[in-house]
Design a protein around this ligand. Structure first.
Ligand code: RP5
Length: 166
């Protein structure tokens, strides 16, 4: 079905939503259907497991997982699916996300998680990275990504032109 979400964006808590919505906003920009799910590796481990186990057959192509503190969400999803899993460490703890970064990036060999930067930049990049993965089989999407990159470059050139004109 055309509107079947291709990307599942999961987060450990409702408090993660303002960060993880950034990933959704990017996917919406590229016209990629996604869903936002609150599911915790610690507090709802059974639901988290079931989501990952069924994700591929439910049509998901990529999973994005955002969590803070001792963040296990991305790793638990990756343990239960061979879909690509992108982790976003969230700065919700006293350690400002350094704990979540290490917990997410330091996966033992065999179960990969592609880890982004801490916080909103990481969530935006997770959306872009998911789009890049999907674009490997979608030339139209590939072209949109090229245009997006060109628009970023254009903004920098315009900013520099404004500065030089002062
Ligand atoms: C993690 O603990 C969540 O991903 C969240 O970032 C953090 C705090 O959760 P709440 O106590 O705000 O629900 O599991």
């Amino acid at each position: 079905m055309a509107n079947t979400p291709q990307v599942g964006i999961l987060m450990g808590s409702e408090s993660d939503l303002p960060v993880m919505q950034e990933a959704g906003n990017i996917l919406a920009e590229f016209g990629i259907p996604y869903e936002l799910i609150i599911s915790s590796a610690h507090r709802t481990p059974v639901e988290t497991h079931d989501y990952a186990v069924n994700a591929a057959k439910n049509g998901r192509k990529v999973l994005i997982a955002g969590a803070g503190h001792a963040a296990h969400l991305a790793g638990v999803l990756a343990a239960n699916t061979t879909l690509p899993v992108i982790g976003v460490p969230i700065d919700s703890s006293a350690l400002k996300g350094l704990d979540a970064l290490l917990a997410t990036v330091q996966m033992p060999g065999g179960i990969p998680v592609a880890t982004m930067a801490i916080g909103k930049s990481g969530a935006r990049n997770a959306g872009l990275f998911a789009a890049s993965i999907i674009a490997t089989a979608n030339p139209e999407l590939q072209e949109k990504l090229n245009q997006y990159r060109a628009s970023l470059a254009e903004k920098v050139r315009a900013a520099n032109a404004r500065l030089q004109a002062k």
